[in-house]
Structure formats: structure tokens, C-alpha cells
Design a protein. Structure first.
Length: 166
């Protein structure tokens, strides 16, 4: 009985760790092997302790990642425009993604900020709440965990076509 309780507790920790992770997707704009960092549009990614793999799940070294490669980073935002990576996957190009907690909102400018990354929201952007229901920007609040999909349009700036509350 104690074993079942311990196993259930370990599973809960793993699920909680996965659910609380932040995420970033985009093209690598800079690599610094000496500092063991990457950048995606000005967002610095600390990669020293990260597991890195390619599209077929084969391990890679940081030396095998180059500017222009499309990557997905799972980790935790540690500061403004800074993330510590747990896992980095080199992937086929797709839209940019930022997943994290909203730190501020400017409704007049139609912008939200996630750990120093500005998310611009055009008038036609889809803003989604629970149950995939479209909601107005006014219902978003600091502290909400969101996933933003769009295109990197500047340093630490993503113009989103979809934002959903996790």
C-alpha cells in the first residue's frame, strides 16, 4: 500500500513539473558555445544543462545547433527575456510559440508581456479561454498561464494569431 502511495506521489510530481514548464519555439538567432547559450529573437536560453535532440530524437550537442535552426525549448523563465532550458528539440519550422505566465497587460496597445517578451495582439487574433471559447482581452489577467502562437516580429516580440489560457 505504501508503494502505491509513493508511486502516485512520484507521478503527481512528474505531471506537475511538466504542466508548470514554460515553452518557447522559434528560429535560433544566435549561438554562444562559450557561454552555452542560444537566442531566439533576443530571448536568451541557458542551455548548459539541457538535453538536446534532433527531429528523430537522437542526442545532439550544442555545437550542432546553428543560427536559423528551428527549435522547441522546454524549461523555466528565470528573468526578463531569459529561460533556463531543460530540453531542446531541433524541429521542422512552424509558427513561433511562447508559453508562460502573463506578467502585464496593456489593453489599449493590445499587448501582453510574458517574462519580458512582448506579445502583440492584432484585432483579428483569436483569444481563447477555457473550453475553446473566444474571450475578450479584458478577461486576461497577470498570472494567467497562456500559450501564444504567432510570428517573431522583433527582438523579444511575437505577433500572435492565437492566445489561449492553459
Amino acid at each position: 500500500m505504501v508503494r502505491i502511495g509513493i508511486i502516485a506521489l512520484l507521478i503527481a510530481f512528474v505531471i506537475t513539473g511538466v504542466c508548470l514548464a514554460d515553452e518557447l519555439k522559434g528560429k535560433v538567432t544566435a549561438v554562444d558555445e562559450a557561454q552555452k547559450t542560444l537566442q531566439i529573437s533576443g530571448v536568451v536560453i541557458q542551455a548548459a544543462d539541457a538535453w538536446i535532440e534532433n527531429e528523430q530524437d537522437y542526442p545532439l550537442s550544442l555545437k550542432e545547433i546553428a543560427a536559423g535552426d528551428y527549435i522547441e525549448v522546454d524549461g523555466k523563465f528565470t528573468g526578463l527575456s531569459e529561460m533556463k532550458a531543460k530540453k531542446i528539440d531541433r524541429k521542422k519550422p512552424e509558427s513561433g510559440v511562447v508559453k508562460g505566465k502573463v506578467t502585464s497587460i496593456d489593453i489599449q496597445k493590445r499587448e501582453i508581456v510574458l517574462s519580458g517578451i512582448t506579445i502583440k495582439l492584432p484585432a483579428d487574433a483569436w483569444l481563447e479561454g477555457p473550453n475553446r471559447v473566444k474571450i475578450p482581452l479584458e478577461l486576461f489577467a497577470p498570472g494567467y498561464k497562456v500559450q501564444c502562437k504567432g510570428d517573431w516580429t522583433g527582438p523579444c516580440e511575437l505577433t500572435a494569431f492565437k492566445v489561449s489560457v492553459d
